[in-house]
Write a protein that binds this ligand. Structure first.
Ligand code: KIV
Ligand code: NA
Length: 270
């Protein structure tokens, strides 16, 4: 199988919607591969896999480890890896060194950065030196300690203008696609019409050129569901039922049965 390339994703602007999910491990990536154009190794793995309170504690080593796993599972989808908090903000050269580590050690083709005001200059630096970058505007989870809490953005005029400008700057810096997270529909539509790169929405309406969800959210792994999520499965319920049934079988000595036992020499009964 041939892997989808960065230019192929950029060429989808305004065309068939781009299908993206987050992926963190090899078997799940293998399942997703046939159906998704892009698999994002999101730093949401901090919460989804490691139980952290936010993405701020996620390290470059964690991103590389999960990126390697996803690359082993996915043969066709373009794999994009999030640069974690603190790995790209201090300076362009440090960002480049870290991004190169991610690409070399995982084999993925691209990284993603949250596009705060200082970031477009770094995006330009990376792209000019061979590192494809996906941008991310709107709600920026790595800024949780500045924002205090997360609310959908873009209903207030100044914020709308700031995020629209940020999307322009991110696209002009050379990002091959831009995630829009947690914004009003009007803003997402305006950005999508204004920039020449595909927009990938999460909680950002159907106006975007593609959609992404945190896979654990759409699989129903958590016991709460944000407004923008559609639950396509109830893995929390399904896994809970499986564990309960197993526990009951073990306690009642119903598991393992004879067919699940090697070279069974069942003692003759009575
Ligand atoms: O980390 C992540 O899962 C993301 C998506 C929400 C876009 O950045
Ligand atoms: Na992220």
């Amino acid at each position: 199988v041939k892997r989808i390339t960065v230019p192929e994703i950029t060429a989808r602007k305004g065309g068939e919607p781009i299908v993206v999910l987050t992926a963190y491990d090899a078997p799940t990536a293998e399942i997703m591969d046939a159906h998704c154009d892009v698999l994002l190794v999101g730093d949401s793995l901090g919460m989804a896999v490691h139980g952290l309170p936010s993405t701020v504690g996620v390290t470059l080593e964690m991103m590389i480890l999960h990126g390697q796993a996803v690359m082993r599972g996915a043969k066709r989808a373009l794999v994009v890896i999030d640069m974690p908090f603190g790995s790209y903000e201090a300076g362009k050269e440090e960002a480049y060194a870290n991004a190169v580590r991610v690409l070399k050690e995982t084999g993925a083709q691209a990284v993603k950065v949250e596009s705060g005001p200082e970031v477009p200059a770094t995006i330009e630096y990376l792209v000019k030196r061979g590192v494809p970058v996906m941008g991310h505007v709107g709600l920026l989870p790595q800024s949780i300690n500045i924002d205090g809490s997360f609310k959908a953005k873009g209903r207030e005029a100044a914020e709308h203008a700031r995020i629209l400008q940020s999307a322009h700057d991110t696209a002009n810096a050379g990002a091959f696609a831009v995630v829009i997270e947690g914004t009003a529909e009007g803003l997402a539509r305006e950005i999508t019409q204004a920039i020449s790169k595909p927009t990938i929405g999460i909680g950002a309406s159907a106006a975007c050129d593609g959609q992404v969800l945190v896979s654990s959210d759409m699989f129903g792994v958590f016991d709460w569901t944000p407004k923008f999520v559609r639950k396509y499965a109830d893995l929390r319920g399904e896994m809970g039922r499986a564990v309960q049934a197993y526990a009951e079988d073990v306690k009642a000595r119903r598991f393992p049965a004879e067919v699940e036992t090697y070279f069974s020499k069942k003692p003759a009964t009575q």
